[in-house]
Design a protein around this ligand. Structure first.
Ligand code: DX5
Ligand code: ZN
Length: 235
């Protein structure tokens, strides 16, 4: 496992939901070689979200192909019975959805007790106040800027106000604000200026490239990072 150090610099986390499903090991190595910061892994159960991806065994299989942070986003309900398996699979960060279970505080304590960093994801319709009383139990809040389930959807601009409010709520606490869905060089500046530091991008990183043409991944990563960083220098 990799222990992430905390800082608010812009981090790009490609979502392997947009990678070649028959070649995850090589895809993870390629995006890291091309300069990504974290690898984002989208776990879907066909119940909490209308799509199915993969489980803890797949996470364990790709772990040895990832040198840095494995950031696992659980879109599953219930999540509690599987937390241990995902931490044992080598997840550095395990993010659960606030909407996925009745005992958010307990689930977050469980993730930390297992030795991973704990994240909470908020669907577009979930207000930021949902996490007001668990702020001291989280390392990351993930603002969904699409309805979870699929890559390649359009960015929901109304979520930028939520990011701004979360940034104010968090204050000096060491909590990352992650954006998930529709991140491109066009949308990244809005969320970076509002206070986000981790940008998940699936289609925005993988489009046009392949493991045989990984330099396209690098160019896509640099374009998103440059757009976000430029917006920061204007705030
Ligand atoms: C959506 C997933 C996202 C998704 C983002 O349910 O959580 O991580 O892969 O994909 P893009 O960047 O294509 O919107
Ligand atoms: Zn995700």
């Amino acid at each position: 496992m990799t222990t992430p150090t905390f800082d608010r610099s812009i981090k790009i986390a490609p979502s392997i939901l947009s990678a070649d499903f028959a070649n995850f090991g090589a895809e993870c190595r390629a995006i890291e070689a091309q300069g990504c910061d974290w690898v984002h892994v989208d776990v879907m159960d066909g119940h909490f979200v209308p799509n199915i991806t993969f489980g803890p065994q797949m996470c364990a299989a790709i772990r040895s192909h990832i040198k840095g942070v494995m950031d696992v986003h659980l879109m599953i309900a219930p999540a509690d019975p599987y937390l241990e398996a995902f931490v044992k699979a080598g997840s550095d960060i395990v993010t659960i959805h606030a909407e996925a279970g009745p005992h958010l505080d307990r689930s977050l304590q469980h993730i930390r007790a297992l030795g991973a960093r704990a994240g909470v994801a908020l669907n577009p319709s979930t207000p930021e106040s949902t996490i007001e009383y668990v702020l001291d139990k989280i390392d990351l809040v993930c603002v969904m800027t699409v309805n979870p389930g699929f890559g390649g959807q359009s960015f929901l601009e109304g979520q930028v106000a939520k990011v701004r409010r979360l940034r104010a709520m968090i204050g000096e606490r060491p909590i990352h604000i992650e954006i998930d869905g529709g991140v491109t060089p066009q949308t990244a500046p809005m969320v970076a200026a509002a206070g986000a530091d981790v940008l998940v991008a699936g289609s925005g990183v993988f489009k046009g490239g392949s493991v045989d043409q990984p330099e396209v991944y690098g160019a896509n990563i640099r374009a998103i990072r440059a757009a976000a960083t430029a917006a920061l220098s204007q705030t």
